[in-house]
Structure formats: C-alpha cells, structure tokens
Ligand binder design. Structure first.
Ligand code: NAD
Ligand code: MG
Length: 389
C-alpha cells in the first residue's frame, strides 16, 4: 500500500487525483487531505478514502469540518500551521495542488521526508525554484511535474542527455480571448475569462490562461524544473491543445508529446512513474482532429508573456514578486476593481518598482525572503490597483 497525501484535495487537480485513486482504492492508504472553504467535499472525501486527517486552510471553517467528520475516525484541523503539520506526516507520494504561493511551504516540508512530490503547484517553482530543487536533492526526494506541458517535457526527455537538447517549446491554447478583438479586451468580465475552450480547470488558473499569466508562470517553471537556459525555452500558440510540449535536439529530431487535454494523464503519469499504467483518458484520434495549428504568441494581446520572459531571465526573487503581484492583480480583476487589461500593467509597475529597490535578481532565496517579497509585492500591487480606480 502506498501512503498518499493530497494538498488542495477539493480543487480541480485534487479531485482528478482522487478520481484516479478511487479506481484502484486498495493500493493506497490516504493519510492527509486538505482543502479550503469546501468543507462538505473535504469531509466526504476524507470519509470515502478513510483519511487519517482532513485540514481546512481556514480557522473559521473548523467547526463545520468537525461536525462533518463526527464519528468518521478522521481528525479535523484548520489553519496554515495545521497544513504544515499534515505535510510533516510521512507518506510515499504527495500531490501538491493548493493554488497560489500558499502551496510552497507544504511542498517544502513534504520533501524533508523524501516523499515523491507530484507538483501541480507551479507557483512553488516560480517563487522559489532553486530552493525547492535543492531541498529535494538534499533529502533524496523526487519532484514529478504535473503541469501538462512539464509532464510532456519530462516524457520527451526520458533517456536523453540534456546536453543534446537545442530547445524546449511549451504550447498555449490561447484561453478564452484568443480571438476577441483587442479593443474589446478591456471590457471582458471575470465570468467570460473563466470559460476555457479546451481544459476544465479551477477558476483562477482559467483566468490566468485567458491573460497568459499561466503560460508566463510555465516558462519560469520550465527553467526552474529542467534547468535549461532562458534562451532555450519558448512558448507558442496551439489552439487544439493536443501537442503539449516539444523537445528539439541538436540533431534535428523533435520529440512532441501529444494527448487529449485531460489532466488525468499528467497526474496519472506522476502517480505511476516509473511505470505506465492504463488511465481513463480518451484515446487520441488525429484523423478526427484533422489539423494541428501553431502560431507565435502575440505579446500585444498577451503582455504577460513579455513579462514572463523577462522574469524567467532575471531569476532570483523576481518570480516571487511577479507571482504575488499577479495573484493580487487577479483578485482586483475578480472584484472588478480593475479591468482585465489592467492586470499586466499592475504587475509590471510592481516589478519596475521592486526589481532595483530589492535587487530581486541577485537576492538570496530563502523561505523568509520569499515570504517578505511576496507580501511587499501584494502591498505594491494593491497601491497600483488603487491608483487605477
Ligand atoms: P482549484 O482552485 O480548483 O483548487 C485549489 C485547492 O487549493 C482547493 O483545494 C482549495 O481549497 C485549496 N486552497 C485555496 N486557497 C488555499 C490556501 N490559501 N491555503 C491552502 N489551501 C488553499 O485549483 P486547481 O485548478 O486545482 O489548481 C491547483 C494547482 O495546480 C495550481 O497551482 C494550478 O496552477 C495547478 N495546475 C492546475 C491545472 C488544472 O487543470 N486545474 C493544470 C496545471 C496546473
Ligand atoms: Mg499547464
């Protein structure tokens, strides 16, 4: 039996992970499940899977969670300290699927007992890539990418020597506004931004897909995870979301990873590695799809890509500031304090202010320094939002 914990169990990735585990229940022993305000789902899953402990991120949700878990045998706990305590419980495999920078610390803690960390939380690598990778190395823990593009790159690199790689290209679907006239973009609503043409995901990453902040994070994630140079990493538009990434080698060969857009492939790959097992994913039928299209990413439509490329090059704590400013700007857009098209300028303002002031690209990356820069970037983003309202 493999001991497994799922952080962010009630979210889109968490639920897909439980879906795979449910199909092979007897092979897994569920230790901890964590969630947020969706206490009913969290309690239901904790009961179904016989979890030792269920943790909600929010203290005020604890009474409801306790009630829902009464007589279940599962412990109930709340708050970020309780999430970290749950991450200290030794397991063989952990899914890191909390959304946002809040996912960093639980992942860091889980690495300490040498577990395999299945990393959906790309923000961990964006905010503190070198720290996370060093922690894994120190404890002999493995990090498996769960982002579809990064799982694709990982698969394209199996058995290959990194020195033979010319470049790595990840693809972007274009999100909700690929064809929206540029002059209309300033008027789009959060509801419109939450409609993804190909992928079914959580609300925030779906908005990030519409703005391309998601792809910007993924460029940085590629650099931090695989260790290629910034100039070897690119992103292109591919509306069908069938080719998830391509690895180009010096000899002219290119390994492209294809599959139906279903996160259970990447999650299942990370769960079963180094084996490949059957997964409930629709078989790819290229004849039915007929055409695959590729275009350059338009940085006028998606200024987040330009920012992402710059942050990827800058390194250090620039990613922590970028991600926090982006998270705060998105809150502002969801609350309708700023327009969709204000998010990138808000983030750029914050980066312009902080890069020199805090020497972000050369600053030392520690959990404390990441936390401080994260907080400061949120304050600066808040000011930039207020200046626009
Ligand atoms: P989601 O919003 O559906 O779920 C997020 C989970 O995190 C929920 O369980 C929620 O309760 C919990 N959570 C929210 N705020 C928290 C906090 N402050 N502290 C602790 N827990 C908190 O998100 P998702 O779409 O499943 O994405 C999860 C992660 O996976 C993100 O980092 C995202 O970028 C990444 N990812 C998602 C997809 C996808 O298809 N959904 C694809 C690739 C990568
Ligand atoms: Mg992705």
């Amino acid at each position: 039996m493999r001991r497994v914990s799922i952080f962010g169990a009630t979210g889109s990735i968490g639920q897909n992970t439980l879906d795979l585990i449910r199909r092979d229940r007897d092979s897994y022993d569920i230790v901890a499940l964590t969630g947020g305000r969706n206490v009913a789902q969290l309690a239901q899953d904790a009961r179904e899977f016989g979890a030792d402990i269920a943790v909600t991120a929010f203290d005020d949700a604890l009474p409801d969670l306790r009630d829902a878990l009464a007589d279940s045998g599962a412990e109930a706990a709340a708050g970020s300290a309780a999430i970290l305590e749950a991450a200290d419980r030794p397991v063989d495999w952990i899914m890191s699927a909390i959304i946002g920078a809040a996912g960093l610390e639980p992942g860091m803690r889980a690495l300490r007992h040498g577990a395999t960390l299945a990393l959906a939380n790309k923000e961990s690598l964006v905010c503190a890539g070198p720290l996370l990778m060093a922690e894994a190395k120190k404890h002999g823990a493995r990090i498996m990418p769960v982002d579809s593009e990064h799982s694709a790159v990982f698969q394209g690199l199996i058995g290959e020597d990194h020195d033979t790689v010319e470049k790595v290209t990840i693809t972007a679907s274009g999100g909700a506004f690929r064809k929206t006239p540029l002059n209309v973009l300033k008027d789009v609503t959060p509801d419109q931004a939450m409609r993804h043409p190909n992928w079914s995901m959580g609300a925030r990453i779906t908005i990030d897909s519409a703005s391309m902040f998601n792809k910007a994070l993924e460029l940085i994630e590629t650099k931090e995870f695989f260790g290629f140079e910034s100039n070897q990493i690119d992103a292109i538009l591919h509306p069908e979301s069938i080719v998830h990434a391509m690895v180009s080698f010096h000899d002219g060969g290119v390994m492209a990873h294809m599959g139906a857009p279903d996160m259970r492939h990447a999650i299942g790959f990370a769960l079963n590695w180094p084996e490949r097992r059957d997964l409930p994913v629709t078989a790819l039928d290229l004849l039915e799809i007929g055409q695959l299209n590729f275009e350059p990413l338009d940085e006028t439509r998606w200024p987040a890509i330009r920012l992402g490329r710059a942050v990827m090059k800058a390194g250090g704590l620039t990613g922590a500031a970028f991600n926090a400013a982006k998270e705060r700007a998105m809150d502002g857009f969801i609350a309708r304090d700023i327009r969709f098209t204000d998010m990138a300028p808000v983030v750029e303002d914050v980066l312009n202010q902080m890069s020199v002031e805090f020497r972000l690209s050369s600053a030392e990356i520690t959990l404390d320094s990441v936390g401080e820069i994260d907080q400061m970037a949120r304050i600066r983003a808040e000011e930039a939002i207020r200046a626009r309202t």
